[in-house]
Design a protein around this ligand. Structure first.
Ligand SMILES: CC(C)(COP(=O)(O)OP(=O)(O)OC[C@H]1O[C@@H](n2cnc3c(N)ncnc32)[C@H](O)[C@@H]1OP(=O)(O)O)[C@@H](O)C(=O)NCCC(=O)NCCS
Length: 222
């Protein structure tokens, strides 16, 4: 299976909410999504889509190569398909800019697709979006009990920095607050480059294992 990431649109809200319902106990309204999607100067939302065959070249959206991922790993990038809505959404995520801080607001992968690198692909996409928004650091809150998500964040250089007691209203659970080092620093950029190389190798391997037609992995970030 091939996975690619692109900006979320209002047409995607239904599918995103299905993944949200399967992932979280408190849900956002359609209007919340619309508001976020209509505020691109401070909020960016992305979706990951799955394609059983290499996505066909996309001739539109010339801005697609602007992302850091495209800059760092041009050899891995194909062009995204022209009709991406044909491919189901398997994950989504968002980042919100507050002054120079990028807040990861949400990230989730459909249960059947977890453990395949898609969460990591989405986090990379969100880091790219945060860089485009000129964020200097990234932060987020995560449930104290959510070890899987914490492992993902630790892998990408987020470090625990305190808690927000009883932050989650559904069960009164504490939130762990996590921060990165400056994401433009040479050290973080080098860490990111290495992580992305490994992720792309993993995704390429999985695509190759899917069958003989699937030997030309194409990924995309906007
Ligand atoms: C958190 C989530 C997005 C991770 O997505 P995913 O696609 O399953 O994760 P990936 O396959 O990309 O794995 C990336 C990293 O996450 C961590 N991870 C993933 N699954 C894990 C597991 N079962 N146990 C421990 N760590 C795990 C690891 O650090 C992993 O890196 P590794 O493969 O080098 O060990 C996904 O589990 C999810 O949607 N959970 C429900 C929603 C949620 O909790 N969101 C976070 C809110 S703060």
């Amino acid at each position: 299976m091939y996975y690619f990431v692109e900006r979320m649109t209002e047409d995607d809200i239904d599918q995103v909410q299905m993944i949200e319902r399967a992932s979280f106990s408190t849900l956002w309204s359609v209007n919340t999504y619309r508001h976020e999607l209509r505020s691109p100067a401070t909020s960016r939302y992305i979706v990951a889509r799955a394609s059983p065959t290499p996505p066909p070249p996309r001739t539109e959206r010339p801005s697609f190569r602007r992302g850091l991922l495209a800059h760092l790993l041009p050899g891995f990038l194909g062009q995204p398909p022209s009709h991406t809505h044909d491919f189901p959404i398997v994950g989504y995520g968002g980042v919100w800019l507050s002054v120079d801080e990028g807040h990861i607001t949400t990230i989730a992968v459909a249960p059947a697709y977890r453990g395949r690198g898609i969460g990591e692909l989405l986090l990379n996409g969100l880091i790219d979006q945060a860089l485009e928004l000129n964020a200097d650091v990234l932060t987020l809150e995560v449930r104290i009990s959510n070890i899987v998500a914490q492992q993902l964040y630790l892998k990408y250089g987020f470090r625990p920095a305190g808690t927000r007691p009883r932050y989650y209203t559904d069960n009164g659970e504490d939130a762990l607050i996590m921060w990165t080092d400056p994401i433009r620093s040479p050290a973080y950029q080098e860490k990111l480059r290495q992580l992305r190389e490994r992720l792309f190798a993993r995704l390429r391997e999985e695509a190759n294992e899917s069958g003989p037609l699937h030997n030309d992995l194409r990924l995309e970030m906007e």
